[in-house]
Design a protein around this ligand. Structure first.
Ligand SMILES: Cc1cc2nc3c(=O)[nH]c(=O)nc-3n(C[C@H](O)[C@H](O)[C@H](O)COP(=O)(O)OP(=O)(O)OC[C@H]3O[C@@H](n4cnc5c(N)ncnc54)[C@H](O)[C@@H]3O)c2cc1C
Length: 438
């Protein structure tokens, strides 16, 4: 058959599809009858639900990513981005990390490019806003929060101090609430090492345009989460929009105005721009139009799933599957099996999965869960959150590393050092060069 399967994106869908294909097509891969290529800017898959824990310093960032080349020895990994898909010609334009773009031909394509932050044209958002989707963003935020505690401790200027200690998170979904709760917990914990900062000096503001928090866990648990956050002193502003944040001056639709050095934007996601750069059909929300068998509508040899795809939810007619990891992992399994079925001339099967609910961490020993209708809060929910994600993180190697990180955190206090200088590694050397006499 000699088929080249090209996977665009090495995240949840890309990694799990390739893993399954590696197993199911092992004979064909060995004989050269099939080839798998994955294209992704990174050489690793990010386990995104662990981003908040990495930001809080409970997990090493290296342990929440899965190295593609090690896990997928039978696939070829190309680092760079796909900038154009020409499915009529069965070719994509590949922009490698270095050098000129080139064409990569395929027989079967899997569009698994996920999503990016959905932003709005809000004045100043690019001045201070930061997303929360990548390891880089999570670690930069951790460094930033800790650095700002240092700034606040070291200044005489009350305005600088107030601004440094004010943190805003926009968006009260999974990413926003978990990021806020973990970072607030870490910052509060860190104040014990500062002489003139107490937990009361920290101001955390959650801004949400609708009237609910964490819709993923249902209204009852969402309400409980809101109460929990408020009890912790976090200002939760519902039915409120960010109007502007020019130069760090935050203006909200409820009329309040204040200065903040940090603004985390987690108000939703939209499909990766590559879905729009080609000839694949899109649905009304700009996602790749998928069938229930995870093929791209109107094609036989293009497949899609995950955040980039609009997959009809057969358990909930008229609705689409939500963009989350639970669907992405399960879709990848069906998608890979359907590719194998297609190659063998067999009938494809439908993707069918009823959403079982969600778990969320709200800081050390705190969480909320609603799974199969069972509602948990506090420590049991936090424990469930950790156990569930441990069972899901790919490979035994990563699981062991995660358990070691958590175990160490039980016995030693967490690290509260800002390594922000890692973002500017040449500054010291440049300063040294500047002092050299000609
Ligand atoms: C902070 C956070 C917490 C979350 N927590 C949960 C949770 O607890 N439970 C849950 O179910 N879901 C959670 N999610 C959502 C979940 O992580 C996503 O739904 C899931 O990652 C989607 O999988 P995907 O494969 O579609 O996309 P991704 O996993 O994002 O993978 C997409 C990949 O495509 C690559 N890519 C993008 N563009 C291109 C291009 N042009 N060319 C090549 N490659 C490209 C990207 O680099 C990336 O590696 C969370 C998300 C975040 C951000």
């Amino acid at each position: 058959m000699n088929k080249h399967i090209l996977i665009v994106g090495g995240g949840y869908v890309g990694l799990y599809t390739a893993l399954r294909l590696q197993r199911k097509l092992h004979r064909e891969l060995r004989s050269g009858e099939a080839r798998i290529t994955i294209i992704d800017p990174q050489s690793y898959m990010t386990y995104q639900p662990f981003l908040p824990e990495a930001a809080a310093g409970n997990l090493s960032p290296r342990h929440m990513v899965a190295p593609l080349r090690r896990i997928l020895p039978k696939a070829r990994i190309l680092n760079g981005t796909v900038t154009q898909v020409n499915h009529a010609e069965r070719v994509v334009t590949f922009q490698p990390a270095e050098g000129e773009p080139r064409q990569v031909a395929y027989d079967v394509i899997v569009m698994a490019a996920g999503s990016i932050s959905r932003t709005l044209p809000i004045p100043g958002l690019t001045d201070i806003g930061i997303g929360f989707k990548t390891v880089g963003e999570a670690i930069a935020l951790r460094n930033r929060v800790l650095h700002l505690l240092d700034v606040a401790e070291s200044t005489d200027d009350p305005e600088v101090r107030r601004r440094a200690l004010t943190f805003v998170v926009v968006g009260a979904g999974f990413a926003g609430v978990e990021a806020l709760a973990e970072l607030e917990d870490m910052a509060k914990d860190s104040t014990r090492y500062y002489r003139n900062i107490t937990p009361k000096d920290l101001r955390w503001v959650l801004v949400e345009a609708t009237n609910r928090v964490l819709p993923e866990v249902g209204p009852e648990m969402g309400k409980w989460t809101l109460e929990q956050l408020r009890e912790r002193g976090i200002e939760c502003k519902l039915d409120t929009r960010l109007e502007s944040c020019e130069g760090g001056h935050v203006v909200l639709s409820d009329g309040s105005e204040f200065d903040a050095e940090t603004l985390v934007w987690t108000a939703g996601v939209k499909p990766s721009p590559v879905v729009n750069a080609g000839d694949l059909p899109l649905d009304e929300r700009g996602r790749i139009k998928a069938t229930t068998a995870l093929t791209v509508a109107g094609t036989t040899d293009a497949f899609t799933a995950g955040d980039a795809a609009g997959v009809p939810d057969v358990t909930n007619p008229g609705q689409y599957c939500a963009p989350n990891a639970q669907h992405a992992v399960r879709q990848a399994k069906v998608l890979a099996d359907n590719i194998v079925r297609r190659l063998r001339g067999q009938e494809l099967v439908e993707y069918r999965h009823k959403y079982v609910g969600s778990v969320a961490g709200l800081g050390l020993h705190q969480g909320v869960a609603n799974v199969y209708g069972v509602k948990l809060r506090g420590f049991p929910a936090w424990f469930m959150h950790r156990t569930y994600h441990l069972s899901r993180v790919p490979t035994l190697n990563r699981k062991v590393r995660v358990v070691v990180d958590w175990t160490l955190a039980l016995f030693f206090k967490r690290e509260t050092i800002s390594l922000g200088e890692m973002e500017h590694p040449r500054d010291g050397f440049r300063a040294a060069v500047a002092t050299t006499r000609r």
